[in-house]
Structures are given as C-alpha cells and as structure tokens.
Design a binder for this molecule. Structure first.
Ligand SMILES: Nc1ncnc2c1ncn2[C@@H]1O[C@H](COP(=O)(O)OP(=O)(O)O)[C@@H](O)[C@H]1O
Ligand SMILES: [Mg+2]
Length: 1038
C-alpha cells in the first residue's frame, strides 16, 4: 500500500518527508524508530509526542491516535486545506492525511476502501470517524448545487448518537451499537450517497443501567429539553428523576452532557434529513411510551397473579401507541398459550409481568432504532446507477471490561476479536503478498493470532455461541447455570477459558460461581452468565406482538408488521444473528482496501494531559502494534520502485549521472554498490529495491542532501549565468532597437517643426514689410495678427470713466477707422452707464449746470472752477430771514436766498445784505427791511465781467428819478445765483458778460462805471476817477 501517485511531481518526496521527520518531536513514523523491537521505546515515542499534543503517529500507513481528552486546534478548515491532496508523509501525521490518502487512492485506483477504526471503549473511535466524515464533507468537490447527501451524512450523526449512544463508565458518549457507513463517491470524487449498517444495539440499557451509567441520550434529551407543548402532548414531566428507566444508574444528570442543547441539535437534524412531522411525532411517541411503560408497576393479587397498580401510565402508553388499554393490559399480564387449536390465556406472576413489560420496552426501542437507521439510509440513498466507489467507515463499540460483564459485553468483545483477526489477516497478508510478488524470501514474524479465541466463541457446534443457542433451544429446564455447566463440559481445557470450577486455586478466588472468564486478545474478561439465555432469546410473547401490530403509531406498526407473525419457527437467537452479521461485515471489509486507525486511551479517568504508561502499553501490546511494526520492518523498512529510486539518487554515482542508459534495476544495482550497501542491507525485487534498515536510507539521503546542495548550486550558478547572459543580450538588443526607432521619430518631428517655423517666420516678415498695403496673401496673416494683438491689448486698456479722454491705444494703420468707431462706441457705452447711474437730483443739478454753461462757458474766467461746485437749494434758510420780511414776501414763494455785498451806487460803500429771489421779484433785504424790490419784469439785464470777480449788476428799467437805480453787488456764488435767477425769472438771455467796464444807472439820467482788472490780490474800491474798481486774481488759464 504505497502513497498516492505523484501529483505535480511530489510523489518522490514521500519517503524523504518521512526521513526529515526524525528531527521533529519524537518520530512521526514508528517505522523509523531504530530500536523498533523495544516496547518501551515505542511507548516513549508515543508519550513524547502526546506531551506535545501530537496525538497522531504512523506505523507506515497505519495511524495510531492517542485520546487527548481535550480539544486540540488541529481540526480547523485551515488544517483540512493543508492536508488536502498532499502526500501522506509530507506533513505531520493526522487523521486528515489518512482520510485524504484513502480518498485519493480510491479515485486513482477506482476501487473500494474502508477505514477500520478500532480501540477500546472511550479511545476515540467515534470522534475519529466524525473527523473523517467532516473532512470529506469539506474537502470533496461538490458539483451538485445542494449538498444533500453530504449534509445528511453529517446530520445523521447527532441523531444516531442520541438514539444509540449513552454514558457508560468508560465513555460519556459511548456507542452502544456498531456502525459501518459506506460513503459513495462518483467518478469526480463527489460524495453522492451514503449507507449505514448498524450492529446489535445494546437494548438492555433501555430497561436497566449499571451504577454510574445512563440510558440512551435521547430519553434525557426529550425529558430535559423537550418543549412544554410537546411534553404535555406526550404526557411527560420535565424531570428525568420521574422515570424509573432513567434512574437505574443514578446519574441521570451529569455535567459533561448538555441534554437541552443536544435536544435542539437532534430536533433540527431530524427536520433536515427528510423526517416529516408525522414521523417525528411517532418517533417521540415511541420514546415517551417506553418511559411510561417503565413506570407501569404490577402487584400481585390474592392468587399470586400480576395486576396493574397504576393505570394512568398504561393509559398514556395506550394513547401514544394507539392501542386499546384493555388489550395492552391483557398483553402485559397474560400469556397466550396455544393448546392444539385452542388458545388459552395464562396469567403472569408479577415477575413475569415485569419481564414482559421490559421485553416490550426493549423491543419497541430496538425496532424503532432499526427503523431510524433505515429512514436515514433512505434519505442518503443515491438513486443514480452510475459507477461509484466507496469508502467504508467502521466505528464499532470498542473492547470493554466492566465490573460486571454480561451478554452485551460478550458480544461486543467478540466483535472486537473478529476485527482484530481481520486486521491480523489483512496486514500480514498484504505484506506477505508483496514479498511474494517481488520474489523476496523472508522470515515470518511471531505474533499472537487471536483466531483461537474467535474459534472459542464462534466455532460451529463447539463454540460458546453454539452452546448458548443449544441451551436456549433445547426442551426442558434450561437456565443460565445449565449453560455454564455445558460450557465447562465442552471447553474444559481451553487455554483461553476458565470458570470457578475449572480454575486453579489462586484464580478461583477471583471468580464467582456463576462466572466464566475469557482470555481475550485485549485482556481477560469475566462474564456473569445471569441473563445470557434471556438476552439471547430476546423473547417477546406473541400476543403482545399482535397488539403492537395493531398500533396506530406508524413506526411501531411498521416495525412489528415486518416480523412474520405466523412463522412458527423460532427466530434466530441474538448471538447467532450477531455472528452472521459479523461474518457479513467481514466479507464487506475483505473486498475492500483497508486503512487503519488504532485508537488508544491515554488514561482511565478521561483526563487531559495524563498518559498512563501501563494502560497505554497494555493497549499497544494487545492491539499488536509492535508486531505490526515488526512485520512492517521484518524484512524491509523501505521499498521503492527502481525508476523512482534511481531518479532520485542517481547524482550520487558518476556511472548513473546524469543519465543511466540501461535498465533501471541495473542502474540501481550499480548505484547501491557504489554507495557501499552491504548485501544483507538490501534486496532486489522484481520491480523494487527493498532496504532493510532505515539507517541505510538515512545515510543515502544525507549523502544525497549534500550532493544535491552541491549539485544544485553548481547547476543553479551555471544556469543563472547562462540565463542572465541571454537575458542581458536580449535586453540590450531590444534597447538599441527601441532607441533607434525613437531617435528617428524625434528627428522627424524636429524637422517638421523647423520647416513650419521657417514658413511662419518668413510670412511674418513679409507681412510686416507690407503691413501698410492693402490686404494681400503675403500680409493677410500678419494683418490678422496685428488686428488681433491690437484688439487684445485694447481690451485691457480701455478708459474707465467718461471723463478719461486720454486713455486710448493708438491703432495700427489698418485699424485707424475701426479704432475711432470703437472709441465712440465705448464712450457711448460709458456715458450710457453713467447716465443710468445718476439720480433725479443729480439730473436737476446737471440741467442747471447746463444752463450755467450756456451762459458762461468760455466767457467768464472763473467759470471752470465753478463747475465742480454743486449748486445748493439756497444759501440762507428761511429761519435766517427776518420774520417780518418773510411775512411780506412769502406769498410770492421764495426760491433762493443768498448773502451778498451791496455797493452803494454813489460812494460804493459795501453793505452786507440778503438777496432773496421769489417767483416774481428779487429782494434786497437788510435784516427786517426790504431795501429794494426788483420785479423781474423791470429787470432789463444783468451784467458781469469776464474776469473772476463776483460782481453782478442788475440793470433795472427806471423812469422815475425817485426810484432807486441799478444794483451793484458782489456775490461769492455768482454762477449759482445767476443760474437760479435765469430759471426763476426766465432771464437767460438777459445775463451778459460784458467786456471792459460796465456802465450803470445811479438814478434816472445819472450813470456810474465799474472797471475791472486783474491783479495779484482781489480788491474793490472807489477809484480816483470815481469809478468802482474791481481787481480780481487771475485765474490759471487751462
Ligand atoms: N481527537 C480527539 N480530540 C479530543 N477529544 C477526543 C478525541 N477523541 C476522543 N476524545 C474524547 O474522548 C471521548 C470518547 O471518545 P469516543 O470517540 O466516543 O470513544 P469511542 O468511540 O472509542 O468509545 C470523547 O467524548 C471525547 O471527549
Ligand atoms: Mg464510540
């Protein structure tokens, strides 16, 4: 059984992986243990590894597993991934490696396999089988969208464990039935179906448990975890203590098991594996009816016959099973006896009634369990007929020894004997066959063959089972004790059989009179014969069977209907049935390729971290592990096909390196001679070389390691150099090529650019030279450029205000006209903007100013300075005009008032006055007096000088001598006053700027003169010539 074929060239590494393993903790493969014959060395290695939490060790491809009794972090998805598809010996030993190897071998060789998990109760078989199943569930490819089968295979586990496992003294979750499960794979390796075979459920547990043990988990789960409604329906109380079937071992509640949680798991699993509600109801009905049945009690009536003392419980049984109470009661307390053609009812004693009750409970539960397995099988069944290969998983109850051992232990231990026998046969056989096939002579290894014990138990006519059956079937008073006598009679001197009577003095002390002792391969077990006959008969009275066949509970009806009621032949005894089922199992297994997991218990107290040397050593011994190892090594620790061996080690010999031209076998011969192998160290088979001692191979491997390094670095260096040079040359060529191309591209681009530039420059120069001429092809572009550039510049240099007359770029000749138009447009734009921005007041002001301009612009020197001075409404507010004056003139509506200086017409004496303009006249006011009133109609004209003085002369039409003459005054707000006047009195045309002197009328017929001149200082005085002399400062001419 070699590792899987090379995948991606890794096959070669198989043995080498194992070789390097010696450097790790302990030795991963016992085959490599140098002192392989020493049991202590074996134990030591196991212990060393166990202490490092390395619970797995190989013996070749056999996996030894030591129960750690604690959760190890080695079962994660990550771990699974690591082991997936990797060769067996490449990684540390693991159950996954074995599962993976079996799976890939199955796929590669297209044949069937099985994994035999053995070990005594509590050694970890069930856990191991679960790990394997989980591994397949995760690692196998999945083509179908719903992983139906896969899920169901996983989910069936908690259900079967609930119904078939129980707490024993050895194991809190001890399997009380044997389980063989076929996982079917299609050609692609997908798990597509499953099938379970169950073996002999320990039914007696339903009605009795030894001290410290429990009934099957499901009872406690239902009672402790069942929903209130459900319990009410089933008539159950939520208290295990209430049920006599649950408390026989006095440990209904225990900390290591959480019944409530488990209940939920089981409940969910049931729904997920195609159990419909009816099935589930019926199933719970079965469990509940068993519990009620257990509480049915009998007492004896005066005739000594059994009668019921608690009809409530019986009513529940009848309700749950759907049978009539009377019929049920009759079935439990009477026996139907057929006398000729008549049927007679014979009453039971209390003991018999109790016995019948328990028999019924066991029968119902046992058959329901079978029904459950069938149901699960239906749900995992693969109906597709295409070719499939299977991996069988055997997880069967382990060897167990209790203080009192009964029929069940006898069966269980017999089963373990059979499996051990199978193991011995298969391991020896395969090894032997290989040597034979290769033509290698070898000396057989001594080992204990337990066939003698198997025969003791099962041999026809002479074996214990046959004797038991005979005793059960023979007429007359047969009892457990007569059975024991028969045994003593027949077995007498058998070396593996002893009883109180047969034993020598010392042994006798350890035996009771009703005991017999078998020296099993795994140790001696003392069986108490009490109950052997009953349990083997497993009798159920016919009338109660008939009752059950009428049940309304579909499961019960189905289970009992399948038994032919009329078959008068005695049914096969339990032991015979079991024996033939084991024969069947052996046949199933023999037709498949075996893989072994040997589970060892580390200590009896289920404690983590404890390694009980003697306990482990004992198991190592009886499991034949050292023998197995010896067989593995008897002859040869290693074997390899010639091709493979040569391929790996050929560098070690110049004759085989680098190529061997002849046959591989000859090459290997040359090679090993060169290496100095001694003749007894190896054998040449037909296709393989066999190497006896690991050290020989170690040495070869070490040599290879050194040589490989040497060789590798040499080859590497050369190859690297070669690669590097080639690479460099290639790169350089490529670089040059790219460079050349790139340069060409660049140069062409440059040339184009320059040609274009020359053309452009030429055209530009020509355009410049002919820029003044009309547009030609030569200068058109240049002119466009000129225009564009002028307009662009102009855009950024426009005048910002209306008054800015200076800012304007001088245009190039071609744009003179355009520029002028643009300037106009721009100005209009500014003006419009300005006009839009002015207020009504500003507008009125401007209108006034316009009038002023019409009168004075260019005529009077100080006019320009007046322009920016805004005109005001009035210079004297009404409060400042004497009230009397106001009263007199108010009705004429005062328009404007201004302080002035009035000059007497004769002496030109200056007098400050107020000049008030009304709608109709101008008034000269001196405080409360109106000195003169000039009605506008009499105002002929108004004269002012062209200089910058403020003198104003009103020429008044004056015919009367008594009337006052013209008015001479000086006003600081000359322009404002006169503009107002011109508006109020409509005198625009009457206002004159007079050049030279101004003549005025002092009174009718008498004239005076005012002279004007400029000087450095402004003055007004009467000149010697009698004129009024007005000197004004010269205003700067703009
Ligand atoms: N690989 C393991 N890792 C951790 N605990 C384990 C392992 N195998 C077994 N056990 C512990 O040992 C107990 C008994 O194992 P189980 O597989 O039920 O024994 P068996 O089936 O051989 O009687 C388990 O309930 C568990 O607590
Ligand atoms: Mg188990």
């Amino acid at each position: 059984m070699q590792g899987r074929k090379a995948r991606g060239g890794r096959g070669l590494l198989d043995m080498e992986g194992a070789l390097t393993a010696r450097d790790r903790v302990g030795i991963q493969d016992f085959v490599l243990l140098d002192t392989h014959t020493s049991e202590n060395a074996f134990l030591d290695n196991l212990k060393k590894r166990f202490n490092e939490d390395l619970i797995y060790t190989y013996i070749g491809t056999l996996l030894v597993s030591v129960n750690p009794y604690k959760q190890l972090d080695i079962y994660s998805k990550k771990q699974m991934d690591i082991y997936m598809g990797v060769n067996f010996f490449e990684l540390p030993p693991h159950i996954y490696a074995l599962a993976d190897n079996a799976y890939h071998t199955m796929l590669a060789e297209a044949n069937n396999h099985f994994i035999l998990i053995s070990g005594e109760s509590g050694a970890g078989k069930t856990e191991a089988s679960k790990k394997i199943l989980q591994y397949y569930a995760v690692s196998c490819p999945s083509v179908s969208p719903m992983d139906r089968v896969r899920d169901r295979m996983l989910l069936s586990n908690p259900v079967l464990e609930a119904f078939g496992n129980a707490k024993t003294l050895k194991n809190d979750n001890s399997s009380r039935f044997g389980k063989y499960m076929d996982i079917q794979f299609d050609i692609q390796g997908e798990a597509v179906g499953g099938h379970i075979l169950s073996y002999l459920l320990e039914k007696s547990r339903v009605v009795h448990q030894n001290q410290g043990e429990r009934n099957f988990h499901i009872f406690y789960q239902l009672v402790e975890g069942g929903e209130e409604d459900l319990l009410r329906q089933l008539g159950l109380e939520s208290n295990s203590q209430h049920y006599s079937y649950l408390v026989k071992g006095q440990c209904a509640n225990m900390t290591s098991v959480n019944d409530q949680n488990d209940w939920r798991t089981v409940r969910n699993a049931l729904s997920s594996i195609e159990f419909d509600n009816g099935d589930i109801q019926d199933l719970f009905g079965v469990i509940a009816s068993v519990l009620h049945l257990g509480n049915v009690q009998f007492e004896s009536d005066n005739k000594g016959n059994a009668k019921l003392n608690n009809s409530a419980e019986l009513r529940w049984v009848s309700t749950l099973l759907g049978v009539s109470v009377q019929v049920l009661q009759e079935g439990l307390t009477y026996r139907k006896i057929e006398a000729n053609t008549d049927e007679v009812l014979s009453p039971f004693t209390v003991d018999y009634a109790t016995y019948a009750r328990d028999a019924l409970a066991k029968a119902i539960y046992g058959r329901a369990f079978t029904w459950l397995v069938n149901k699960i099988n239906e749900s995992m069944e693969n109906k597709d007929l295409s070719r499939k290969t299977v991996i069988g998983l055997l997880d069967i109850y382990g060897f167990e020894v209790f203080y009192v051992n009964s029929f069940e232990q006898f069966c269980i231990n017999y089963c373990n004997e059979k499996l051990q026998q199978l193991f011995i046969q298969l391991t020896l056989k395969s090894e032997q066959e290989e040597y034979e096939a290769e033509g290698i002579g070898w000396e057989p290894v001594q080992f204990f063959n337990n066939k003698i014990i198997c025969d003791l138990v099962e041999e026809k006519h002479r074996g214990i089972i046959s004797l038991l059956d005979e005793e059960c079937l023979r007429p007359g008073e047969a009892t457990d004790l007569t059975f024991l006598e028969r045994l003593e009679e027949k077995m007498g001197s058998h070396p593996h059989f002893v009883t109180h009577k047969l034993a020598d003095k010392t042994t006798r002390k350890t035996l009771e009179r009703g005991d017999f002792r078998l020296l099993h391969y795994a140790g001696e077990v003392t069986y108490c014969v009490v109950g052997f006959l009953d349990k083997n008969n497993d009798l159920l009275y016919r009338n109660i069977k008939d009752v059950m066949r009428e049940s309304k509970n579909a499961i019960v009806r189905e289970c009992f209907a399948s038994m032919e009621s009329d078959n008068r032949r005695r049914p096969e005894t339990v032991a015979s049935q079991f024996k033939s089922s084991l024969v069947g199992l052996t046949d199933i297994l023999m037709s498949k390729e075996p893989w072994y997991v040997r589970c060892l218990k580390s200590n009896e107290s289920k404690q983590p971290g404890r390694f009980d040397d003697s306990l482990v050593l004992h198991q190592v011994k009886y499991l034949g592990l050292t023998e197995h190892l010896r067989v593995r090594r008897a002859g040869f620790a290693y074997r390899r096909r010639y091709e493979v061996f040569l391929q790996r080690y050929k560098p070690l010999c110049p004759a085989t390196w680098p190529h061997w031209k002849g046959l591989p076998a000859d090459g290997v011969e040359v090679l090993v001679r060169h290496l100095g192998y001694q003749p007894d160290e190896y054998k040449m088979g037909r296709t393989k070389i066999f190497i006896r001692h690991p050290r020989t191979l170690f040495a070869t491997e070490d040599a290879f390691e050194i040589c490989k390094n040497d060789l590798a670095s040499r080859i590497q260096a050369q190859y690297k150099g070669y690669r590097q040079k080639g690479e460099f040359r290639k790169q350089k060529e490529a670089a040059t090529k790219i460079e050349t191309c790139w340069r060409g591209v660049q140069a062409r681009k440059e040339k184009e650019r320059r040609q274009w530039a020359v053309k452009v420059i030429k055209k530009f120069i020509k355009g410049y030279m002919t820029r003044g001429e009309a547009k030609t092809t030569d200068n058109s572009e240049y002119l466009v450029f000129v225009r564009q550039s002028y307009l662009n510049r102009l855009k950024n240099n426009l005048p910002k205000t209306v008054l800015d007359k200076t800012t304007w770029l001088s245009p190039p000749p071609v744009l003179t006209e355009t520029s002028a138009i643009l300037r106009q447009i721009h100005m209009r734009l500014l003006v419009r903007k300005y006009v839009r921005g002015i207020t009504a007041q500003q507008k009125a002001q401007l209108q006034l100013k316009q009038i002023t301009s019409a009168i004075f612009k260019g005529k009077k020197d100080n006019y320009p300075q007046s322009i920016p001075q805004p005109f005001v409404e009035t210079r004297i507010s009404e409060e400042d005009i004497n009230i009397k004056v106001l009263q007199m003139i108010r009705h004429e509506r005062i328009k404007y008032s201004v302080p002035i200086v009035k000059y007497d017409r004769n002496g030109f004496k200056p007098r400050p006055r107020q000049l008030v303009l009304t709608q109709t006249a101008a008034y000269m006011v001196d405080d409360a007096k109106i000195k003169q009133r000039v009605i506008y109609t009499t105002l002929k004209s108004v004269s002012v000088s062209p200089l910058s003085d403020g003198i104003i002369i009103f020429h008044v039409a004056n015919e009367d001598v008594k009337q006052k003459g013209d008015l001479i005054m000086q006003c600081d707000h000359l322009f404002e006053l006169l503009t107002k006047l011109s508006v109020v009195a409509n005198k625009q045309n009457a206002i004159k700027v007079v050049q030279g002197s101004i003549t005025f009328q002092i009174q009718a017929g008498k004239e005076g003169v005012v002279d004007f001149s400029s000087g450095s200082e402004s003055m007004v005085y009467k000149d010697r010539n009698g004129h009024l002399m007005v000197v004004s400062t010269r205003t700067r001419v703009r």
